[in-house]
Design a protein around this ligand. Sequence first.
Ligand code: EPZ
Length: 420
Amino acid sequence: MDKLEVWGGKKLKGKVRLSGSKNAVLPIMAASLLTDEECHIENVPRLLDVHTMVKILEVLGKRVYFQEDSLTIKTRSNKSFVAPYKLVRTMRASFCVLGPLLAKRKRAKVSLPGGCVIGIRPVDLHMKGLEELGANIRISGGYCYASSSGLLGKEMFLGSPFGPSVLGTANIMMASTLASGETIIDFAACEPEVVDLAKVLKKMGADIQGEGTPQITVRGKKKLSGFKHRVIPDRIEAGTFIVFAIATGGSLVIEDISVSFLGAVIDALKNMGQHVQIKNGSICVKRHRKINPANITTLAFPGFPTDLQAQFMVLLSQAEGISTVTEKVYPDRFMHVPELNRMGAKINRFGSVAVVEGSRKFSHAEVMASDLRASACLVAAGLCASGKTIIHRLYHLDRGYENFISKLEQLGAQVRRGRE
Ligand code: EPZ
């Protein structure tokens, strides 16, 4: 396993080129199971999670070619229908092969994804949605068995007490493209990644309306064609690097990303007194000496993204006053708090609310990464800590941030990757 050494005290300045969105490309790769025709995907980030999805598609009879930042997916065979535990357990997003597999091949056996450090992460909505479409669903031996002689469109409510489900919406939207009749998904997720998937499905010939709103309508088709698509940029990567720049007292320019992807984040930064400018399609941020305390609540899009909650705690720890962070999506997503406190933060958790004391100075420590976004938060703390911070279990970062080290170095950070 690798570790990351981070020398604090450098102001990060400059421009970062975003990679393609991890959370858009994974369901788009799964959409290739809806057709036997060739599919081309561009702006694909080279991430561990993408490589895992490639392996799953190959086990399911696809042949995948990965050149530069483009994927070509061809069909070798369309008979297999099992997504094995050894692959699915390493990446929860694998579960979004269930809907397309069932719709196209009439049956699927997909390992239930494990929980992870951010919460138990059930998949009951995915299975409820498929049952609404007429599928037979059975759970046995840690696998979800699904079968159907032909899915039937239906109106359904796909919400949980924690809001809509991003991958649940993706699974049902994909399955319904080959169902007969009309499907209406109420309380659908509105994330840009769901909209990007809908764009791909429409390129394949699907009839979809309402993507990006809480109600998506799909009129099923008999067959879908291949597609060519360029994946949207990664808004969570954008938000993460914005935190790196502000936390270290620097500045950052991010080009080629839609401002609407980061509305809640920009609003939070402005409330915290930070300089944010939108100039011809670019977002320019600059640290203002004084950070105002804030009360941040994570919500489904377009609310403040849960995937930036950990990173923002580093900024709130530097604010002049007391802030709160309320986690409405994953109430237990606070694994990063003890590690941040070991670096000098003073954060107290009361259930799904964390109280963050301000004016804290981070100091170096050896810390353990626990999940993708918690790791990024520890990097942010290390970048503004005195001394050298060592972050263990770097593979968490490799899952979701492409060329992470070189992007940091280009902004002036002093970091080094090492073997444990
Ligand atoms: C997606 O996960 C993202 N992953 C997550 O990003 C992100 O944090 C999450 O959406 C929320 O925005 C990918 O897109 C690959 P959900 P997903 O289903 O779809 C509950 C990252 O770091 N729920 O929208 O799995 C669930 O427990 C990752 O990139 C049910 O109750 O999340 C949670 O409280 C981490 N039943 C809420 O809904 C279900 O069947 C939102 O989960 C499904 C979800």
